[in-house]
Design a protein around this ligand. Structure first.
Ligand code: FMN
Length: 337
């Protein structure tokens, strides 16, 4: 398939893509073929996005991935104010997954809009901005500041896996009441909103319903699974924060189950799937379970090209399985039982 100029073209579903030398000598980047999908009122050119917190605040992945080719770049969650994050160590390799407790470090929405967003928009990327808060007012302020974002920010993902300081630090996403309040408070961003929910909620359906009542057009399933690692010799936590969030291969079946069950019970709610997506098969699995689009997170740490590669491979996978319409696959499992 390749030639001496390190370029090739291949045909799939009537569209062309090619590999080309990367910028700055950093290797090859992928031009991603189209496979349009719709999440609520938002149409994306490809169902594959980055996952918040795993692709930087802005254009960091641009040497490796044709960011404009992705469905969207979902940026690291930002707070209304600067936030220092958690003490190191912040990540730990955990068997077939990864534990992290980065703690949502960031410079705040205003600085993000001024410094991180412009270079990302320069790449041609479609952007989904992620916000977080520790109180309902934090969410309101972050969303109001986002109202000033340019049109390339097509949606705001509201990260609800955050401690609510007004409710003994319980997670917003573990409470229907807090989820509805935080989502309602984000209306000021003036854009479609997606609620990013936690698999640790127990019964997630009341949380999904609360997010929709609060104005969510879609739910992103799942954030990390609560976990912990301890060094038994030193009798210390492996992460500076003590506990953390598990992601990667280990959580993929959890994500499939949550997406599947929400899609079965709430067929009218648009779903974005996340959790252990690393190739076309794991992406397609979440789509068939009920996701209209997927996000690639932890796989990006092992391979910074992963989001672009998965986006391209998913188009090829669809062609191999007889379709160029992702709509035929979304939630397809639910017609089979
Ligand atoms: C290092 C790291 C940082 C993350 N930061 C965020 C974040 O800022 N906001 C958010 O909503 N999710 C965050 N997540 C969760 C991911 O977006 C994703 O939901 C989760 O990791 C599952 O997908 P994966 O298995 O593909 O990583 C983070 C995950 C990791 C591993």
């Amino acid at each position: 398939m390749s030639d001496s100029t390190d370029r090739y073209q291949a045909r799939t579903t009537g569209r062309w893509w090619r590999y080309r030398p990367g910028r700055g000598g950093l290797g090859r980047v992928v031009d991603v073929p189209e496979l349009p999908t719709t999440v609520g009122s938002v149409t994306l050119r490809n169902p594959v996005m980055t996952a918040s917190g795993t692709a930087g605040h802005g254009a960091e992945l641009s040497p490796y991935v044709d960011l404009a080719g992705l469905g969207a770049v979902v940026t690291k969650s930002v707070h209304a104010d600067p936030w220092p994050g958690n003490p190191a160590p912040r990540v730990h390799e955990a068997g077939c997954g990864m534990l992290n407790a980065v703690g949502l470090q960031g410079t705040g929405v205003a600085a993000w809009l001024a410094e991180d967003l412009p270079p990302l928009i320069d790449t041609g990327a479609t952007v989904v901005a992620s916000i977080w808060g520790r109180s309902v007012d934090d969410y309101r302020r972050a969303a109001d500041l986002m109202a000033g974002a340019p049109a390339q920010v097509v949606a705001v993902e509201v990260n609800l896996s955050c401690p609510n300081v007004e409710d003994r630090a319980g997670m917003f996403a573990h409470s229907a009441e807090a989820t509805e309040a935080a989502m309602s408070a984000t209306a000021g961003c003036g854009r479609p909103r997606w609620a990013k929910l936690s698999p640790n909620a127990g019964d997630i359906l009341p949380i999904v319903d609360a997010a929709v009542r609060g104005g969510a057009e879609a739910v992103t399933l799942i954030n990390t699974v609560m976990g912990m690692a301890i060094d038994p010799v030193s009798r210390t936590y492996r992460l500076g924060n003590g506990g953390g969030g598990l992601s990667g291969d280990a959580v993929h079946p959890v994500a499939v189950r949550v997406v599947h069950d929400v899609a079965a019970a709430r067929p009218d709610v648009a779903i974005v799937g996340a959790g252990g997506v690393r190739d076309a098969t794991t992406a397609a699995e979440l789509v068939v379970a009920g996701a209209a689009a997927v996000q690639v997170g932890t796989a990006t740490f092992g391979d910074p090209r992963a989001p672009g590669r998965v986006a391209s491979e998913l188009v090829e996978w669809c062609a191999r399985h007889g379709t160029d319409d992702i709509g035929e696959l979304i939630g397809a499992i639910h017609g089979t039982h």
